[in-house]
Design a protein around this ligand. Structure first.
Ligand code: TYD
Ligand code: MG
Length: 451
């Protein structure tokens, strides 16, 4: 018997009776995919309620991959039977990351399978050679057909399988073209079923579109347990791994790597790395302890303010939000008497780091003020705080953790909002209430000169 089908939009979930090039409900184009409707009542076995106390502790424990940065983001490792998607732009290093991770799992004795559906086995083998990967229990197969992948899972019974990528495998039973929305979703669904049935950890590579969303159906994110985003800037070696969704743990951890000649190397002490090339005592340079997820990072915020005769002088912001910079400049003008309207203003976070939280406001403001006046801030000073539109300073979350990180790296002074918690050992706090006070009284007041 042929089942009834509908065409369902992968963006909004609306149904259409026939295929169209765009969704009649949300107008997204190319998002309708055929779906089989199962007759009501033919679904799965009846569900049985259980006392929640019996279910507690029933969750499977994550198994460490041995890659400390990946394990940090996953909250310990890969959970058997789970499905993880690693999304990222082409060239960021997804294949490298997963081949290394798989080699690390295999080196601990577990059987692992790398399915390449995009590159040839030879290309992957060349990468493995470059990475120095040769582990007997790591298997490689070039395969795009999903039923055959399932066959390999049956035969090899690996603990972990990587499928690179979910956009290039296809299931002929689905009837739609390889790479289509229906294929991506159908294949992911089938792999979820395989993962649960066999207890194998499935890791899928997923390409992302220019705006950073996973290509293919958004529903992919709903189907899997974990979605990791792998990011980096083409001109820097730094790579960041974050959990966007994580059914087994927090999404607040950050993994950091550097892409080198022989693969990705974890960065256990990023603050030291970011500050390695800093020139202390230069006007326009201010160190800020910021948070990425829950990980405190010390970054150098730099500003360069130069006179301009242009009617609308340039402003550039690298690593900080341009809108946020404009706001800080407006507050500096109104509440600190620092007018940079006739100057070019460039602000950058050194090292290719992106700061997307208000904790860096105060550092941006001080860097601009420092460059505009040509007066450096003390070399052992850090600062963090949010600037309100009234020029008031507000404490930011986890200030204690940020300051401890600064103290660990040898910073002895911190300029903070008045309500900030006590300083860690070995650090002195300068508490200020407003941006005006911060700029004039504390940082730029004449320093006592030792005789
Ligand atoms: P790759 O893992 O192929 O990226 P993705 O799968 O996300 O498309 O790696 C892409 C880049 O990384 C490529 O330009 C070469 C570079 N690379 C290194 O710099 N060092 C290395 O050891 C490897 C394997 C790759
Ligand atoms: Mg790749």
């Amino acid at each position: 018997m042929r089942h009834k089908t509908v065409y369902r939009c992968s963006e909004c979930g609306a149904d259409a009776p026939k295929w169209m090039g765009w969704c009649p409900a949300c107008s997204a184009s190319g998002t309708l995919a055929e779906e089989v409707l199962l007759p009501v009542g033919t679904s799965v076995a009846p569900s049985v309620p259980i006392p929640i106390a019996e279910a507690v502790g029933d969750a499977t424990e994550p198994v460490p991959t041995g890659d400390s940065e990946l394990d940090r983001v996953l909250g310990g490792g890969l959970v058997p039977g789970s499905v993880t998607v690693v999304g990222g732009e082409p060239g960021v290093g997804k294949s490298t990351l997963l081949l290394q991770a798989l080699a690390s799992v295999a080196a601990r004795g577990a059987t692992c399978l790398y399915v390449t559906a995009e590159e040839s086995a030879r290309q992957v083998a060349l990468r493995a050679e470059r990475l120095g990967v040769s582990v007997p229990s790591l298997w490689l197969v070039a395969e795009t057909s999903l039923p055959r992948v399932a066959g390999h899972l049956e035969a090899l019974a690996p603990a972990v399988v990587v499928v690179d990528s979910i956009q290039t495998v296809f299931d002929p039973d689905l009837g739609t073209a390889p790479g289509s929305v229906g294929q991506v979703r159908g294949c992911a669904q089938r792999l979820v079923t395989e993962a649960k049935a066999r207890g194998v950890s499935v890791v899928l590579v997923g390409h992302v579109t220019k705006d950073g969303a996973l290509a293919g159906p958004r529903v992919l994110e709903h189907l899997v347990d974990t979605v990791l985003a792998f990011e980096g800037d083409r001109h820097h070696a730094l790579r960041m791994l974050r959990a966007v969704k994580h059914r087994f743990g927090s999404t607040h951890e950050l993994g950091l790597f550097e892409m080198g000649e022989s693969g990705l190397v974890g960065v256990p002490d990023p603050s030291a790395l970011f500050l390695a090339d800093r020139q202390p005592g230069v006007p326009g340079s201010v160190v800020a302890p910021v948070l990425d997820g829950w990980r405190p990072l010390l970054v150098e915020v730099q500003a360069l303010v130069v006179p301009s005769t242009a009617p609308a002088p340039r402003r550039t912001a690298q690593g900080v939000d341009g809108g946020r910079l404009a706001q800080v400049l407006a507050v500096l003008d109104r509440h600190a008497g620092l007018d940079v309207g006739r100057a070019e203003v460039h602000v950058a976070v050194a090292g290719g780091v992106r700061v997307s939280e208000p904790g860096a406001d105060l550092a941006v403001a001080l860097a601009v003020a420092s460059s505009a006046t040509g007066r450096p801030v003390p070399a052992d000073l850090v600062t963090c705080g949010e600037i309100g539109l009234g020029g008031e300073l507000r404490q930011v979350q986890r200030t204690e953790r940020r300051l401890s990180e600064a103290a660990r790296l040898g910073f002895g002074r911190a300029l903070v909002p008045r309500s900030a918690p006590d300083a860690p050992d070995g650090m002195r706090l300068d508490r200020v209430t407003s941006i005006g006070e911060a700029v004039h009284d504390r940082v730029f007041r004449p320093q006592p000169v030792a005789l």
